[in-house]
Design a protein around this ligand. Structure first.
Ligand code: NAD
Length: 266
């Protein structure tokens, strides 16, 4: 039998945490050895994820769990406020990390990369683990070569903390490599209701919609004389993220320093 990847799941009681736990428990080459969250402490992660008890209880002490459970990798789906602290704790202990939590700033990533290198513990970060989302971003970057006028509309559930979404920002950054910055729209345009035109990224606009019941949707709209192109991706449930997460968990030990974006592993 091949050696199992031992995983410490952080944010285990959250929507993504539970979905990822269910996915991990279904893989023969993976073992869930630790579960951390600030809620559901003491609950069995097997039961929390909709299955049977596996004897791994949720703890609220990441540092102690890192020491105790002998994990090969930490998987983090927590919150923008918590994620840097978690990354520091894991990397400083030499534990590689796969991070899906969004909201990391450029300064955060710079600090995390230095930590990953100093501790010889790789860090993989992706704003979106769904393959259709990766393709949507790739196609959008391609379209921007021909249609530099674009706007992004991203829709997420109303509990989401950060805006714009990590995927929207990452898409804009990918497009930014194909398009010179310029201010779109009429020169003297103004807003009668502040914020209506969305966030400005190098002159293009990003609109963040927050509604109950949504998992994740993103549409990138391109306009040119007499034509419009719309590239849209829908995540209808959280199952779409696990294949990408599993790929990152299987590849993490072969990476070096900071690697960003699922497209780098495909
Ligand atoms: P959620 O609110 O359902 O879950 C977050 C969990 O983190 C909660 O259970 C919370 O108690 C826990 N938590 C908060 N602070 C903590 C701490 N200090 N230590 C341990 N646990 C802590 O949110 P969610 O929908 O599961 O999303 C989690 C993150 O994943 C968000 O940043 C979201 O944007 C991101 N996300 C990424 C992808 C992707 O493909 N990369 C996909 C979906 C969601």
């Amino acid at each position: 039998m091949t050696e199992q990847i031992k995983i410490l799941l952080n944010g285990a009681a959250g929507k993504m945490g539970r979905a990822m736990a269910a996915g991990i428990l279904g893989e023969a080459d993976m073992q869930l050895v630790g579960a951390v969250d600030r809620s559901c402490i003491g609950c069995d992660i097997g039961e929390l994820s909709g299955g049977v008890a596996i004897g791994v209880k949720v703890s609220d002490d990441l540092a102690a769990s890192v020491k105790r459970c002998g994990a090969d990798v930490m998987l983090d789906f927590t919150t923008p406020e918590a994620v840097m602290r978690n990354i520091r704790t894991a990397l400083s202990a030499g534990l590689p990390c796969v991070v899906g939590t969004t909201g990391l700033t450029a300064a955060d990533l710079e600090e995390a990369e230095a930590l990953a290198l100093a501790n010889d513990a790789p860090l993989f970060v992706a704003p979106n683990f769904a393959l259709t989302a990766v393709l949507m971003m790739r196609f959008a970057a391609e379209a921007a070569k021909y249609f530099p006028h674009y706007e992004i509309i991203e829709i997420h559930n109303d509990r989401k903390m950060d805006a714009p979404s990590g995927t929207a920002l990452y898409t804009a950054q990918m497009i930014g490599r194909e398009r010179e910055p310029f201010a779109q729209g009429a020169l003297n345009s103004f807003e009668t209701l502040p914020g209506c035109r969305g966030g400005d990224y190098q002159g293009a606009r990003i609109h963040s919609v927050r509604l109950p019941g949504v998992v994740a949707i993103q549409e990138v709209l391109f306009g040119g004389p007499g034509q419009m192109l719309s590239i849209r991706q829908d995540s209808t449930n959280r199952d779409c993220f696990f294949p990408g997460v599993a790929l990152a968990l299987r590849r993490i030990r072969s990476l070096h320093g900071l690697v960003q974006g699922l497209e780098k592993l495909l």
